[in-house]
Write a protein that binds this ligand. Structure first.
Ligand SMILES: [Zn+2]
Ligand SMILES: [Zn+2]
Length: 196
């Protein structure tokens, strides 16, 4: 390997720094062997349909450090993610089912039923959230995340406090506000990471 071949296959520069090192992520050799970490990241971002998981020249999957994996940002418009986008929908759905239930059965009180449906849908929400919560570069993710963590902890504290002392009727709004922000923050963090 001579010094001449140690250039980035995309930008043709030979700079090699800790922040943006020249790497050889695939089986390609010769003039296309090296690429800047960031140049490769940019290229992969511009080719989301191919997902940038493998080299289009030699067809081998890129060998990348954990930090360089491309994050899959969920499509916000997917109908299955409607609950995650609008957690307040859990309240509406619980209410809607309750109306049907109450018209059939009158043994329990209205509020008992509301409470059980509401808890059910909140649990469903959390289940959906953790099903869709996929992060590849978790260390980088949490670093970004912690910048705004205090705001979320405040909401969670407020919601859980109200839940413990006054039940779910009172806690519903701050909890769903918290969950909605949490999901937005999750998507935002993933997008930020892909831009790094
Ligand atoms: Zn480059
Ligand atoms: Zn290659």
């Amino acid at each position: 390997m001579t010094q001449d071949t140690t250039v980035c296959r995309f930008c043709l520069e030979s700079s090699n720094t800790k922040k943006n090192p020249l790497i050889d992520p695939c089986e390609c050799r010769g003039s296309v062997q090296f690429v800047h970490e960031r140049c490769l990241m940019k290229w992969r971002r511009l080719n989301p349909s191919r997902n940038g998981e493998y080299c289009l020249i030699c067809l081998t999957p890129y060998q990348l450090k954990e930090l360089m994996m491309f994050e899959d940002v969920p499509d916000e418009n997917k109908i299955s993610l409607l609950f995650l986008r609008f957690p307040i929908l859990t309240c509406f759905t619980a209410n809607y089912i309750l109306i049907f239930h109450v018209s059939f059965e009158r043994k329990k009180t209205f509020f008992d039923l509301f409470e059980s449906y509401q808890y059910g849908f909140q649990i469903f929400y959390f289940f959906l959230f953790f099903l869709e919560w996929k992060v590849r570069n978790s260390r980088l993710y949490w670093k970004h995340w912690m910048n705004l963590a205090s705001l979320y902890i405040l909401f969670l504290y407020l919601g859980s406090n109200l839940l413990l002392h006054h039940g779910i009727y009172v806690a519903i709004l701050p909890i769903n506000l918290f969950l909605g922000l949490l999901w937005q923050r999750h998507l935002h963090t993933l997008r930020l990471m892909n831009q790094a």
